[in-house]
Every structure is written in C-alpha cells, then in structure tokens.
Ligand binder design. Structure first.
Ligand SMILES: NC(=O)c1ccc[n+]([C@@H]2O[C@H](COP(=O)([O-])OP(=O)(O)OC[C@H]3O[C@@H](n4cnc5c(N)ncnc54)[C@H](OP(=O)(O)O)[C@@H]3O)[C@@H](O)[C@H]2O)c1
Length: 269
C-alpha cells in the first residue's frame, strides 16, 4: 500500500538540489520579483531584502501603492481579490521569475461570532483565491522565464486550529493544498514551488497575540535562502516544527492543539 502511494507520488517529486545545473537554481541576484501585500509587514520586508540581495527589479504590489515606504521598487496597484487586476498585472510584468504570494488577512472571529461566516468568505477570497488567481496568471510568465519560482506564505494554522482563527485556518489549509497542487502542476515547466509555514510573526496581523514571535526579517531571510538552495518548504520556527512533527503522532497534534502549553517559545532553532 505504502509502496503504491510512493509510486504514484514519485513522478512529481522535484529533483534534489545537487541534481540541478547551476543555471536552473533560483538566484536572488538579478531576479525579477513580484510581491503582494508589499506595503507593510512581511511583504514590505520581502521587498527590502530582495533589493538588498541584488534583485534586478521588485514589483511591489499593494492595494494602496502610495503607502509603500520604500524607494527603488516598481509600484503596482493590486487588490488580490480582483481577478481582472491580477490578469492585467501579469500582462505588464512579463519579466517576473519570482512570484511571492504574501498578502493575507486574519479576521480573528470565534465559531459563533455573528461575523464568522463573512470572515470565512473574506479570508478564502484573500488567502486562497488570491494566490490561486495570481498563480494562474503568472504561471506562463514564469514558464517563459526559465521556470522561476513561486512562494506561498502559509502558516502553522494550515495544520492546526485555535478557537479565534478557525476560518483563517481553513483558508491557510486551502492555500497549502493549492501549494501542493502547484508543485505537481508546474513540475514540467520547472517552477520551484516553496511553501512557507510560520507560527506567530511580529507584524500588525499578530499584534493581539501574547505568544513569542519571530521577526519578519527572520522569515524572509529563511525564504530567500531556501529559494537559492532549491527547497520546497520552509518551516520557520520551533513551534511550527513541533506541529508538523506532531501531525503523525498518536493522537495527532491537530486533535487538541494549545499554543500556550504545547511549545515553550517560538525560536527559530
Ligand atoms: N503575522 C503572523 O503571525 C503570520 C504568521 C504566519 C503567516 N502569516 C502570513 O504572512 C502573510 C503576511 O502577513 P503579515 O503578518 O505581514 O500581516 P500584515 O502586517 O497584516 O500585512 C498584511 C498585508 O497583506 C495585504 N493585504 C491584505 N488584503 C489584501 C488584498 N485584498 N489585496 C492586496 N493586499 C492585501 C495588506 O495590505 P493593506 O495594508 O492594504 O491592508 C498588508 O500589506 C499573510 O499571508 C499572513 O497570513 C502571518
């Protein structure tokens, strides 16, 4: 049984790092990146670090591009829930070889809150349909530019739920499934597909959490390093590593996840 599953999966497994020739590995220097949600939080740090690492061009996309506190980027007005705007953005950014699906929302609603169904739809639109439309629009662009790479910013909550973020968790689980789909679908065009799972990160999104947090710079540097070493996944911090390992425990960690007691600190090593 196990053997058969492996046989089924194997055709899609990316070649290992040492099987790539020099020219096939993603290089940040001289890359052309497109970052969504680039005006603040992790997205702004992506734009800054990409420029610092020698990217040739960084398209910084935001709902309000005037609010991007950074020079040296190509500003793009983009709401990731607007499929038409996404298609136009891809048409005028034909040199992109690195797509970073970063924009996201967390509405922090309880199960029976009056607005939790509306929150669920909004989070799906931004966190799942956004990356889906962006990936579809940019797949041919990446193909034309030697395959390139795409990064999906996911979460520890792709794998476990907490009472105040069940709808967010569902959207990030869907985005994880999308990431796995993309890895198979873009295999033949040699696009590197990198899923990034993080616990609490010190941005506006997590400002209401008292848990230990990693910095956005730490997240971004791990991602840029993973791109250049041909990896498929980044597990940013210790809490997320414990959750991933616990998925196959008996009982699985997703049956009763408590971030306050499960993990001592969100350290990265
Ligand atoms: N912070 C965490 O603890 C944490 C942990 C794991 C994963 N993540 C993920 O990391 C990513 C970045 O989040 P963050 O922590 O940097 O949060 P943040 O500081 O709240 O920033 C969110 C970014 O997404 C943008 N955005 C939201 N909806 C958008 C839309 N419809 N169209 C375009 N842009 C939109 C925001 O733009 P506006 O300024 O226009 O709102 C902002 O730039 C998200 O995918 C998030 O789910 C965060």
């Amino acid at each position: 049984m196990h053997h058969n599953i492996l046989k089924f999966v194997n055709p899609y497994v990316r070649r290992q790092h040492d099987e790539f020739s020099e020219g096939e590995i993603m290089k940040i220097r001289d890359s052309v990146a497109f970052v969504t949600g680039a005006n603040r939080g992790i997205g702004l740090v992506f734009a800054k670090e990409l420029l610092a690492a020698g990217a040739r061009k960084v398209y910084a996309a935001a709902r309000n591009p005037e609010s991007i506190p950074l020079s040296g980027v190509e500003r793009v007005r983009l709401d990731v829930t607007d499929a038409q705007a996404i298609a136009s953005a891809a048409r005028v950014s034909g040199d992109v070889n690195l797509l970073i699906n970063n924009a996201g929302i967390a509405r922090w609603t309880g199960f029976l809150s009056p607005d939790s169904v509306e929150a669920a739809r909004a989070e799906m639109e931004t966190n799942y349909f956004g990356p889906l439309f962006l990936s579809r629009a940019f797949a041919p662009v990446l193909a034309k530019n030697s395959g390139g790479a795409t990064v999906n910013v996911l979460s520890i909550l792709s794998w476990v739920a907490v009472p105040s973020a069940g709808t967010y968790s569902a959207s990030k689980a869907a985005a994880w499934a999308l990431t796995n789909w993309l890895r198979t679908a873009l295999h033949d065009q040699e696009t590197q597909v990198l899923g990034v799972h993080a616990g609490p990160v010190d941005t506006d999104m997590a400002s209401g959490l008292t848990l230990p947090k990693v910095t956005p710079v730490d997240v971004v540097r791990q991602v840029l390093n993973a791109l250049e070493t041909g990896r498929d996944e980044v597990i940013v911090d210790e809490m997320t590593r414990q959750v991933k390992a616990g998925l196959s425990d008996e009982p699985g960690i997703y049956l009763n996840f408590n971030p306050e007691s499960a993990v001592p600190a969100a350290s990265t090593n």
